[in-house]
Ligand binder design. Sequence first.
Ligand code: ZN
Length: 166
Amino acid sequence: MLGDPVLRAPSRPVETIDAEVRTLIDDMIETMHAYDGIGLAAPQVGVPIRVFVYDVREPEVEPGVLINPEVVESAGLVKESEGCLSIPNLTEIVERASDVVVRGLDRNGEETTITASGLLSRCLQHEIDHLDGVLFIDRVSPLKRRLLLGKWAKMDESERRPAPAL
Ligand code: ZN
């Protein structure tokens, strides 16, 4: 949740994809689905390693996991509304690349490349940001960020429960 230092620190690369990492991946997929999320990064569950899972619930997009991901190409710009499981009930328009090519490892350590546009592209960029300690509120204007943080400060615990988001 916003305020946890783990969300603000860069996560470290995974050196060995062992049983512990695979268990974490399974737990993260379960958590993502439980909260109706479309993506979840390891630091969001308190583990500072470079792993995220995604499931944008589009029939043509296979859900998956990416380990040690990097954006190798990006093109275009698009503005869309965005939210985050770690900052429940806040959304804002965020400008991001419209198309990206992302490379990383799958759960078996095989290199995998994803060419993405639309919601998947936004999701991948949002999750990679998490691995660098960056949140979507960092990608809006200072004025909008102040408004968002002001709203957050006024919320009580029940409003801060995760809602469908990334
Ligand atoms: Zn998020």
